[in-house]
Design a protein around this ligand. Sequence first.
Ligand code: G3P
Length: 231
Amino acid sequence: MKFFVDTADLAEIEEAASWGALAGVTTNPSLYARIGGKLADFPTHIQRICELTNGPVSAEATGEARADIIREGRELAALAPNVVVKVPTTIEGLAATRTLADEGIPVNMTLCFTVPQALLAARAGARYVSPFVGRFDDIAEDGIEQLSYIVSALSNYDFSSSGVLGPDGKRQSIEVIAASIRSVQHVTQAALLGADIATVPFNVLKKCVEHPLTTNGLAAFQKDWEKVTKA
Ligand code: G3P
């Protein structure tokens, strides 16, 4: 499983990228609002994230009609070669995804909650689909179980002929991004059930590295090494 960081915060992205294990970034309108982002600065902000990231960067189209999503998608894709256009899993979103995918613009279909939504996203040419885990938990349903259904259903079929047109003229198959991740346990479960990617908030990503046995073990090694160096 690959790790994306789910944030629009440049400092968090720079820090996470410096660890050497980051494969991409996802943003959404709420994450941009959270850092106090202004509309006029949005294009340059996405470009800055793309410079900091050696991998795909999802930037969300906010229009709801297919024509608006397509127009925004083309504008976002023109910002940097690693932009992925985030599109909601709606009828209008599916139609826009088909057009963008046929133009070679990768789409991440977001706000995906069910197996049929994920299958339709794949058939419409999405490069990624983002099932939301935590938001199921928020309504007292099991988000990891729902994610497992989507991973399992997609693995039953070959989508390589319906995917986004790649630079080599070949179509690219879909990957599942486990999104709305709220805990290390979510990350563990997403990997065990075979999600291709987890997009993880920065604070949870840090917790993924930290473990008290690692911290305590390191302290013990340091203490014993002092004995060696002083001997
Ligand atoms: O980027 C989409 C998703 O990860 C949002 O998560 O925590 O707002 O449900 P959350």
